[in-house]
Design a protein around this ligand. Structure first.
Ligand code: GFB
Length: 321
């Protein structure tokens, strides 16, 4: 089912506005005729009373839920309780507070890791809950599946127009470049940069290099979120991606070419590969009329420029406490 929701003149809350995704949504909403609301650090979204009070006083009309505990393969594997608890609490608190405050539309962001590890590729939305999850990120995946279910349950029981979007692996400005907790793309950019300027002959890539991943620039995701807020109204997740993937070895070569590192790649097979393939079927989104604009090569070049300008700021540690 599709519908139309007009953002004009609305008070629009972006939860998680300091993160890579939330900040991209705030940038994108600057093109819309709406008032963007953000909450200060004192509103810890894991605390129900704080979230309820904030919604009661700010009365947003619409909500983009981009707040989450996120991290790469190692962070997910290392901090299972925090990835599960924090994400469950954030989702439950924001969704319930949104219902109580009469929010007219809410979009929750999940992740392509909600789908079974052995899902047929490309992964359709109907693959949800049809098989076992990937071990390295099952805690985060379970929390995000709960988020999808919360949206669906609130739609079924209370008639709330709450939707959930499942982005593929994301990258962009404001990413986390910490080599322990980051995702692969920022990690490879930083490693290639440091290898080049440190005069190294080799650069380490985790795992076998064989897993395949799909990457979407976060500005494309933000555009898709605004599009879905406006044009999509249905239960169940909707995939957001470009529908094209490449191997981690190919990605590393692309990053090295962009950065100008000419040494060799050293694959550390002691590190986990994770799921071997994860490319989304994006035909539902495409059929609604949305397409990404930023190609991977161009996107990596943009992120590397951003890293060069503000790298020191972005090389931050955000390991869970
Ligand atoms: O991006 P990434 O950490 O997460 O890793 P996932 C993707 C692939 O890149 C894995 C390899 O096969 C890694 O072993 N890789 C190679 C590296 N070198 C590196 C490196 O230096 N750093 C990192 N981080 N990876 C995450 C989930 O899975 O994807 C989250 O854990 C979330 O829950 C996110 O869903 C989108 O793609 O494996």
């Amino acid at each position: 089912m599709t519908g139309t929701y007009d953002l004009s003149g609305k008070r629009v809350y972006v939860a998680g506005h300091r993160g890579m995704v939330g900040s991209a949504i705030v940038r994108r909403l600057a093109q819309e005729d709406c008032e963007v609301l953000t909450a200060g650090r004192e509103v810890d979204l894991r605390e129900q009373a704080l979230v309820r009070d904030w919604f009661a006083s700010e009365r947003p009309d619409a909500v983009f839920m981009a707040a989450a505990r996120v991290g790469g393969i190692l962070a997910n594997d290392s901090y299972p309780a925090q990835f599960l608890y924090d994400n469950l609490m954030i989702e439950a608190n924001v969704i319930e507070a949104a219902r109580q405050a009469g929010v007219g539309k809410l979009l929750m962001l999940g992740s392509s890791c909600i789908y079974p590890r052995e899902a047929a590729q490309p992964i359709t939305e109907s693959a949800l809950l049809t098989g076992p999850l990937e071990q390295t990120n099952k805690w985060y995946a379970v929390a995000k599946i709960a988020g999808v279910m919360l949206c669906d349950a609130y739609r079924a029981e209370y008639g709330c127009d709450f939707i959930s979007a499942m982005p593929t692996n994301l990258y962009g400005p404001g990413d986390n470049f910490d080599l322990v907790t980051s995702h692969v793309l920022p990690a490879l950019i930083r490693k290639a940069h440091e290898a080049k300027f440190g005069g190294a002959q080799t650069m380490t890539v985790w795992g076998s290099g064989l897993p395949r991943r799909e990457f979407l620039h976060v500005d494309d995701l933000a555009d898709a979120c605004v599009f879905l807020m406006r044009h999509h109204s249905a239960a169940g997740p909707i995939n957001v991606g470009c529908g094209k993937d490449l191997s981690i070895a190919e990605l590393a070569q692309l990053v090295c070419a962009t950065v100008g590192f000419e040494g060799t790649l050293d694959f550390d097979r002691g590190r986990p590969d994770g799921t071997m393939r994860k490319v989304l079927d994006v035909s539902r989104l495409t059929a609604l009329g949305w397409q990404p604009r930023i190609g991977l090569q161009d996107g990596i070049a943009r992120v590397y420029q951003d890293f060069l300008v503000s790298g020191a700021r972005h090389v931050r540690f955000d390991r869970p406490a």
